[in-house]
Structures are given as C-alpha cells and as structure tokens.
Write a protein that binds this ligand. Structure first.
Ligand code: ATP
Length: 221
C-alpha cells in the first residue's frame, strides 16, 4: 500500500499543530514520524489511520483520497490497515478472545469459525498470550496489552501497519522480537508508519523520516 500525506494542516483549539506537511511511503517501506513530546505524533497517527480528519490536505491511499472513496473501497482500506494504539485500545471488559474476534467478524465475513480461531490461536501463541484468551483484557500487564494490540492489528493480515509509540511498554526481549517481525513484514511488502523517537526503530526500520519538532516550534515560538 502506498500512503501519501499531501499538504496536511491541522489545528487543535485554534493552535496550529501541522501546517502543510508532506510525506509518503511505498509498499514494503517504513515511514518513521518523530519529534518531541507534544509535537503531534499521536495527532499524526490519528490522521494517518483516519480516526480524525485533517483541517486541510489529503491522505492518499494508492493514489486515492481516503475521503473520496466509495463505501466498498473504504471498507477494503480499513481491512487492509492494521492500527496499533499507544495504549493498546483493547476493550477491557471483553475477553482477549472477544477483542480478537471483533475485527475478524467485522472484516472477514468470508472466514469460517475454524479459520478465525486458527488465526487467533496462532497469533496468541506467537505473542505468548494463549492462556489469556479467555480472560478479560484488564488482566493483562501493559506490555502484554501492547503485544495484544499488535496481534489484533495483524489478525487481518494488513497491507499497512500504523503504530503509535511502538515498543514503549514492551520489554527488551520482546522489543527485539517485534523489531525482527516488523522487518519481516516490510520484506513481505507491508507498509509501516511508526510514530516513534526510539533509536532502534529509526535505525533499523526507517526508509523515510518525518521530523515534527521544527513544525511544532514554528507554531509555538
Ligand atoms: N483533544 C485535544 N485537545 C486539546 N489539545 C490537544 C488534543 N489532542 C492533542 N492536543 C494537543 O496537540 C499537541 C500534540 O499532541 P500529541 O498527543 O499528538 O503529541 P505527541 O507528539 O504524540 O506527544 P507524546 O510524545 O508525549 O505522546 C499537544 O500539544 C496536545 O496538547
């Protein structure tokens, strides 16, 4: 999936956070969005994953403006996009299994029950979460919740993964594993957009980098 951010501008409560931002990332490449705390990385993540719409500019997916897609194309885009939130975004009063079933039931109606559970069990196994499947996700540690957030995004075999603050809550061993996994996903043609200042993320994964610091300073100073 090719993702292009064209002349993105956005303000929060009359304060300009972004003005005329341009960036793009191709299939199998990684865009790392970095910058000081409060400069707008999460806001950029929200725009990239179409959780909020920018005041100005366009997000183009394979050349097509997200906001001009017809219903079917938009549904395909949502299915192709794995979104991983900084604080996991799991629904705490559902079990982990129920959390994993939600995107599968919504986007993969063609899969039968057995195939859905095969995917769930394989990813739960991969991230050492299998024993937690029947438990409510409030039982997970923050590191486990982060891994579960990643697993949930990967369930749909997305063509692109957008992750806000990857590895923040994950221990060193798992970070190493996840880094290798992200490299493998890139090799398989998955597009990555990672909002992160972490050196190991930038040095190992970034093909394109967007530094938001200066823009923040321009609007603030
Ligand atoms: N809903 C909101 N209401 C008011 N201000 C907001 C809102 N969302 C974001 N902001 C402001 O927009 C700016 C960018 O916030 P954002 O969370 O994107 O920063 P960040 O770079 O992700 O920070 P961090 O690295 O600390 O997570 C901040 O100054 C924040 O106060």
């Amino acid at each position: 999936m090719q993702i292009e951010f064209k002349n993105i501008s956005h303000s929060v409560k009359s304060r300009v956070i972004f003005s005329d931002i341009n960036a793009h990332v191709n299939s199998g490449e990684c865009l790392v969005v970095s910058g000081r705390s409060g400069c707008g990385k999460t806001l950029f993540f929200s725009i990239a994953s179409d959780i909020i719409r920018p005041d100005g500019g366009e997000v183009l997916i394979d050349g097509c403006n997200v906001h001009q897609m017809n219903a079917q194309k938009y549904a395909d885009f949502r299915k192709d996009l794995g979104v991983v939130f900084q604080l996991s975004g799991l629904i705490s009063n559902l079990t982990l299994e129920e959390n994993f079933l939600l995107p599968l039931n919504r986007h993969c109606k063609e899969l039968d029950k057995k195939e859905k559970y095969n995917r769930i069990n394989a990813l739960a196994e991969e991230f050492a979460l299998r024993q937690y499947l029947p438990q409510r996700t409030e039982m997970l540690s923050s590191g486990q919740a982060s891994l579960a957030g990643l697993a949930r995004a990967l369930l749909l075999k997305p063509r692109a993964v957008i992750w806000d603050a990857p590895m923040t809550e994950i221990d060193e061993q798992w970070s190493h594993y996840v880094l290798k996994l992200l490299l493998k996903l890139k090799d398989q043609g998955t597009t990555l957009v990672l909002c992160s200042n972490r050196k190991e993320v930038i040095s190992n994964l970034a093909d394109e980098q967007l530094e938001l610091n200066e823009l923040f300073c321009l609007s603030e100073c």
